[in-house]
Design a protein around this ligand. Structure first.
Ligand code: PEP
Ligand code: MG
Length: 573
């Protein structure tokens, strides 16, 4: 039967394909006693051997489809499956305690995980993550339940999940994954952001997609409206095929602007730049006429791996981006891990409020080994292009001063070592915490630029978790409270002769763009796939009219009032 689920439109475009459910399997079991321990040990050995063949196949597939980097994770898992130090005690425990294999496996594996996680040695901590993963796989074989393996997808599908972590999303193969729909999440959760950078249509926050959609159901994901059709009638499929075509035509119109300037009708130029997560995204930036990169989310370099990326590896990635952009500006944000972005090999204590917790610059100032390695890689790469460095989640001036001092120390060391480092690296901050927006005039005296991170600034100003679909109505980019903070930041920057950009999702929003142009925002950083649409829009607006519009909306009272007013003004112009 044809049904429609309503969710939040997270990434534009329309996808039609069969459903592939990416669900966490139920791996619960009871502790039981066994009489025939030899049989139980054989059952365990069989599960290990099935896990091994499965992992070898996954590894091969990942190597072909995703490259050696992604495949290496599975090498580490295969090593664990061969390790007698783990396997022998499990078999001993089955024999000595006369208990079932599931229980013995879990007990011994948990003991190793706890032990490794507490070690000072980074390498051993990473092994803990591998053991956890492998245990899950053996357990699934013992219990005869299937673990979904997204890297094995080899036909066109729409992924259906409760939520997709950023690292799940990073592993999706664009060739086959045509769209996705999730139960939870908001427009600015990282799975949505990744979907936009991969140009995969997506709907998040449907609340029930996982319950309502079975493997193999035909699904339409309408990333423009937020609708998800399950087993649609042939008429609906035809209608959507037409919509798909219209959208492609619209995109072809915008594509004509790829080499044009981002300039308003009355001659005011702004920078339209891209948010990227990996050097692979550069292709999209160039194809969409990006004038640079306004946010390189470097944390994706740290994900989908089983150890910290080395200085050398990071250097290569940063250099590739800088060279790829050929002298155009590249704003690299230092590691912003925490919140919804976790690293399996860097276990952090569970927190009640991860978005308010130990993350981003807070973590980097504490784990200076990690921070300094990244800064050195960046400084070395600076000789290869136009690098700007930006610190995330700055909440007070001390944090900025400390981070900048560490940067200068590393620079000095490199210079002493005779390494070439650019002398023109601008150092700025993200404004995503209200305290920093309020103090923008003070910060502006010390930073080289601001970039407003509205995804977080809105969640902190409205006290509304950006991942929680129940309160997604509080994601209010046009609320005058937000607009006033943004104006404050732009004005403070200009007063000190600095520039102000925005790299939150608001920067690519069609209602927000006219207001931001009027407020004098210098740089708009967005998903590469939004750049040409934004350029078309800005080329049709007068900056002087938008200044008036901005003044008017700042004096309105609610998000809705602002939205309606902007729509009215745009439709009359
Ligand atoms: C933001 O908070 O607006 C931002 C751009 O950073 P992220 O979405 O990665 O938190
Ligand atoms: Mg942020």
């Amino acid at each position: 039967m044809s049904t429609i689920l309503k969710g939040i439109a997270a990434s534009n475009g329309i996808a039609i394909a069969k459903a592939y459910r990416l669900v966490e399997p139920d791996l619960s079991f009871e502790k039981t006693t066994v009489q025939n321990t030899a049989d139980e040990i054989n059952r365990f050995k069989a599960a290990v051997s099935e896990s091994k063949s499965e992992l070898q196949a996954i590894r091969e597939h990942a190597l072909q489809a995703l490259g050696p980097d992604k495949a290496a994770i599975f090498d580490a898992h295969l090593l664990v499956l061969d390790d007698p130090e783990l396997l022998t005690p499990i078999q001993d425990k089955i024999r000595d305690d006369q208990i079932n294999a599931e229980y013995a496996l879990k007990e011994i594996a948990d003991m190793f995980v706890t032990m490794f996680e507490q070690m000072d040695n980074e390498y051993m901590r990473e092994r803990a993550a591998d053991i956890r993963d492998v245990t899950k796989r053996i357990l699934a074989h013992l219990l005869n339940v299937e673990i979904p393996n997204p890297s094995m997808i080899s036909e066109e599908v729409i992924v259906i999940a409760d939520d997709l972590t950023p690292s799940d999303t990073a592993q999706l193969n664009r060739q086959y994954v045509k769209g996705f729909a999730t139960n939870v999440g908001g427009r600015t959760s990282h799975s949505a952001i990744m979907a936009r950078s991969l140009e995969i249509p997506a709907v998040v926050g449907t609340k029930t997609a996982i319950q309502d959609i079975q493997n193999g159901d035909l699904v339409i994901v309408d990333g423009n409206s937020g609708d998800v059709h399950v087993n649609p009638t042939p008429e609906i499929v035809d209608e959507y095929k037409q919509k798909q075509e219209q959208y492609e035509q619209q995109k072809a119109e915008w594509a004509k602007l790829v080499n044009e300037k981002s300039v308003s009708k009355d001659g005011h130029h702004v920078e339209l730049v891209a948010n990227i997560g990996t050097p692979n995204d550069l292709e999209g930036v160039i194809k969409n006429g990006g004038e640079g990169v306004g946010l390189y989310r470097t944390e994706f370099l740290y994900m989908g791996r089983d150890e910290l990326p080395s200085e050398e590896m990071q250097f290569e990635a940063y250099k590739a981006v800088l060279e790829g952009l050929n002298g155009k500006p590249v704003v690299v944000r230092t590691l912003d891990i925490g919140g919804d972005k976790k690293l399996p090999y860097l276990p952090l204590p569970e927190e009640m409020n991860p978005f308010l917790g130990f993350r981003a610059i807070r973590l980097c100032l504490d784990r200076q080994d990690i921070f300094r390695t990244q800064l050195r890689a960046l400084l070395r790469a600076s000789a290869h292009g136009n690098l700007k460095i930006m610190f995330p989640m700055i909440s007070n001036l001390d944090e900025f001063r400390q981070a900048k001092a560490i940067l200068l120390e590393e620079k000095e060391k490199l210079v002493q070592e005779g390494v070439q480092v650019s002398d023109n690296i601008e150092v700025g901050i993200m404004v995503e915490i209200p305290s920093t927006a309020v103090m923008a005039d003070v910060f502006a005296k010390e930073v080289d630029f601001f970039s407003v991170g509205t995804n977080d600034l809105i969640q902190y100003t409205m006290a509304a978790d950006r991942m929680n679909e129940r309160i997604s109505y509080l994601y209010q980019p046009y609320n005058p409270a937000i607009l006033r903070l943004v104006k404050r930041v732009i004005d403070a920057a200009h007063k000190e002769g600095k520039w102000a950009g925005m790299c939150g999702e608001m920067a690519g929003d069609e209602i927000a763009i006219p207001i931001l142009l009027g407020l004098g925002l210098d740089e708009f950083s967005m998903s590469a796939s939004s750049i040409l649409r934004a350029r078309a829009q800005i080329r049709g607006l007068n900056k002087s009219d938008m200044e008036k519009l901005a003044e008017e909306v700042l004096n309105l009272s609610t998000n809705e009032e602002v939205k309606e007013h902007v729509k009215k003004v745009l439709s009359n112009s």
